[in-house]
Design a protein around this ligand. Sequence first.
Ligand code: IPE
Ligand code: IPE
Ligand code: MG
Length: 225
Amino acid sequence: MNPVKHVAIIMDGNGRWGIRHNNSRNAGHRAGLNTVETIINESIKENIKYLSLFTFSTENWKRPKIEINFLFNLLENFLSKKINYLVKKKIKLKFIGAINKLPSKLKKLIKESEAKTLKNLGLQLNIALNYGSKDEIINSIKLINKKNIMVNNKNINKYLFTKDIPDPDILIRTGNTQRLSNFMLWQLAYTEIFFEKKLWPDFNLNDFKKILKKFRKIKRNFGSI
Ligand code: IPE
Ligand code: IPE
Ligand code: MG
């Protein structure tokens, strides 16, 4: 049975869910938060060490300002209201992405919540925010050149946002769309990918458990036979 150390998720379909149920994309973003909590709790139960959630991509700045602000507000509320819960659950928060370019209030909350959970030894929750994989790789190579060291696997890994984090074993994308949308292009080289038809707010505990079960039985070759 394959061990599950790291699960990465492209949480797609909130907007469509919101339009369908409330005629508002933002209602879908709010509903998606319930799924986030379900998946966090189950990941802890399953002893998964890393959970990475794609929350906002570098391309998502193309959305209307009102939706972007709503998303950032939602995250700010989550961080301020749930911090005690995260600490109690021994969760370590880590943000990956171009955090410096985010609004200052959100940036401050990010720094505070990372600091408050830094010593926690339970689930590491990686929140990909203003994250773009191509920029991440370019940046790593630039740093390697600056330091005048070899361009190799080890050094590229060393300067990614995900340094010290093993590559995902599982990638789940909900929302009935089969693409990576600039998420962890380097890290997903040998990840098992599960595309889910359901929209993120409809994705439930049972769907998650089914994927874990299926994954555990897969024969992973890594190029061997
Ligand atoms: C959530 O899903 C992903 C985020 C960018 C927060 P979407 O907002 O992309 O939902 P759809 O794909 O438009 O339905
Ligand atoms: C990917 O979803 C980004 C997140 C889930 C945060 P998108 O909805 O932005 O992806 P595209 O634009 O449909 O590829
Ligand atoms: Mg989408």
